[in-house]
Write a protein that binds this ligand. Structure first.
Ligand code: SF4
Length: 498
């Protein structure tokens, strides 16, 4: 058996089973987390990548490539005569405007484009005048347990034992919700009053997402936590891979929105007959009265027309509000833009969009991509990430050992890969690099003056939230705030998840 350690620290081995030869990537930090690859992606003379099955004649060279270039880029083999370490993609594609794409109300409402931030403008006036941040949005991962084995998993290096208790979860929410409101009423009365005039509430946590890491509704106290949260005025969002039987359907009524991730069918053993569209969906989500119900799918060379057609068909059967499709964020920028271009054309060819990329069905294409050096020039004032001024993401990595774990400004620090720097995605939350504060001291994010925790110019060159950072920069430098125009006709939904 061939075995090696890849550049991005996975144990890579060539295996054989009843389905044939494949490459297995196993997380060194947690051997239970692994991904199976039965295909690689080969560039043809037009520059496009096509899926090719691994077999006796190609597996050795793919294995070598993965060992050298990691478990994302390593599976992309470029056309002959060029060097894989410097993937030579059609240079035109390093231009997001060449992607067939049209931004819609769904993309503005159901993803984080930065366009919801003006609906919270007093917190940026407060920051400009005082240097203090306000945390209005948070995400919690609760634990690291997941029933799927996706090859593109952004947290494959997680440890299953890193879980928090119900008490710790409640303390975190209280710190950001009631305690933050009290702090702002007392110390920042002017901005708090302005915020109240605009939104009807104090400056405090407005939107909370429960997300992976793993699968939040497999966390044992999940239902109790939701009952407790439902008594607070916080909008709730849930990102999950499925709906385990032991959680009662009515629990999902408490959410403002639920987004079901559609994973590759061979990566999710709980799909009946290995079909995502045969899984059980809570009837109350299908009836869809109070809760926005959406699907999310990661597009890549593994995607067949059949999957896309079934996603479209099931979106009507399950009565979903949207299907969000995006590309693999583990890819470095140029490959990711190449994948976006391919996705835009594919959706058009299937008549899911018109020639400008405007959706004709419920499927929309989220054009999210890594930054270029030009886009991040002069973006971060005083080396402070703009997201840490309104958002925090608490991931439980390290909790088992330390009894506490880090908060991060965003969820994308796991997938920052840059072909220019030759840095590879960490695929785990690395608190020593991107952490801000521990969960036990989350109140410091608004009680202390905002400060730099790391230098984004050095470690966030591939940032996926450039638009949000730009919007924060703009909102934190206005001379006057009374002429911000908030058009009620174009107001996105879910403004409490900016
Ligand atoms: S990747 Fe971007 S948004 Fe995330 S922490 Fe770095 S600078 Fe902030």
């Amino acid at each position: 058996m061939h075995q090696s350690i890849s550049d991005d620290k996975y144990e890579i081995s060539i295996r054989d089973d009843k389905l044939g030869l494949h490459i297995l990537a196993t997380s060194i930090e947690n051997r239970k987390n692994h991904a199976v690859y039965r295909h690689y992606f080969k560039q043809n003379s037009n520059g496009k990548f096509k899926k090719v099955a691994l077999n006796h004649s190609n597996i050795e060279s793919v294995f070598k490539n993965v060992t050298q270039n990691g478990i994302t880029s390593g599976f992309y083999i470029k056309a002959k005569g060029t060097n894989n370490a410097n993937l030579q993609i059609n240079q035109e594609v390093d231009n997001p405007s060449s992607v067939r794409h049209s931004k819609t109300a769904s993309e503005r409402s159901f993803t984080s484009t930065g366009e919801k931030l003006p609906y919270h403008w007093p917190i940026f006036e407060k920051y400009k005048d005082t240097g203090y941040a306000s945390i209005v949005r948070a995400t919690m991962t609760l634990h690291q347990v997941c029933a799927s084995r996706c090859s593109f998993c952004s947290t494959i290096n997680r440890t299953r034992k890193d879980a928090i208790s119900l008490e710790e979860a409640k303390a975190f929410v209280n710190d950001l919700h009631s305690s933050q409101a009290k702090f702002n009423r007392k110390n920042f009365a002017y901005y708090n009053t302005e915020y109240k005039k605009l939104t009807g509430t104090d400056i405090k946590l407005r939107g909370l997402i429960l997300s992976g890491g793993g699968q939040p509704n497999l966390w044992p106290p999940f239902s109790d936590f939701i009952s407790w949260l439902a008594r607070k005025d916080i909008d709730l969002g849930l990102i999950t891979n499925g709906f385990p039987k032991h959680v009662k359907d009515r629990v999902y009524d408490k959410f403002k929105w639920v987004r079901l991730s559609i994973t590759p069918e061979d990566a999710s053993p709980f799909y009946p007959e290995q079909r995502f569209d045969k899984q059980r969906i809570p009837q109350n989500l299908i009836e869809n009265s109070n809760t926005t119900f959406g699907l999310s799918y990661v597009y890549g060379p593994w995607t067949t027309d059949d999957i896309l057609k079934r996603l479209n068909a099931i979106s009507y059967e399950w009565n979903v509000d949207y299907v969000r499709i995006l590309t693999d964020c583990n890819l470095p920028r140029r490959l990711q833009l190449e994948a976006h271009k391919d996705l835009g054309d594919r959706l058009y060819n299937l008549n899911f969009t018109d020639s400008s990329g405007k959706p004709l069905k419920k499927i929309f294409h989220q054009l999210k991509y890594h930054a270029s050096q030009k886009e991040i020039n002069n973006l971060w004032k005083d080396n402070i990430c703009g997201l840490q001024l309104y958002n925090t993401f608490w991931d439980t990595t390290g909790h088992e050992l330390d009894q506490k774990s880090y908060c991060f400004p965003c969820d994308s620090v796991t997938v920052l890969e840059s072909e220019d720097d030759k840095t590879q995605a960490e695929r785990k939350f690395n608190g020593k690099k991107w952490g801000t504060v521990f969960n036990t001291e989350v109140a410091k994010l608004y009680k202390d003056k905002a400060r730099s925790f790391f230098n984004p110019n050095e470690i966030c060159k591939a940032c996926l939230f450039v638009k949000n950072n730009k919007e924060v920069k703009m909102l934190s430098s206005l001379q006057k705030y009374d002429n911000i125009k908030l058009n009620s006709l174009t107001r996105p939904e879910h403004v409490n998840f900016p």
